[in-house]
Write a protein that binds this ligand. Sequence first.
Ligand SMILES: [Zn+2]
Length: 195
Amino acid sequence: MVLSSDASIGMISDMNNNEDNLQPQSGNTNLWAPWRIEYIQSLTGDDGCFLCQYRDEPDKDSENLLLWRGENCLAVMNRFPYTGGHMLVAPMAHVAGLEDLSGPVMCEMMEMARDLQVLLKQTISPHGFNVGMNIGRCAGAGLPGHLHLHIVPRWNGDTNFMSALGDIRVIPQALSQLYEHLKTNSAKLELPKLS
Ligand SMILES: [Zn+2]
């Protein structure tokens, strides 16, 4: 299984169930994330919702790479990122659709997305971002029961020959190291600024 997204239209894919897409196709601009197989397979065991698990383990935020807890939402690093600094913002509640969210929860999600961009710009200087949601498994959601917003930093040329031809991506900074940088800069910038 190869996991892909079409960067040309800005969509982020959690997983792609189409077995026809087992191999990279030449000439595409997809982000390939073969290491995410481990993540996808991990979702089939036990209760399967790592967001609820992280929410319920406040003493393990550092271990879980959970950066921010708001009143209604949390922000966590994606453990199986498309690019360095790939973050997820999710409501505290285990809900699947936008229609399940109240105004204040949606507002807090977007405030966290906004502040994550500020923080990521300060910390790892991306050239752009993909921000988006996959709702439902057919739309690419790897965790369809718990809505989440992807914030994916992008750099010019980040879908380079390594990912397009070698089925490899280079994540240049260890997750825990980046987490510590984000924590430090977050405190300096007094983020998140939630209303
Ligand atoms: Zn959940």
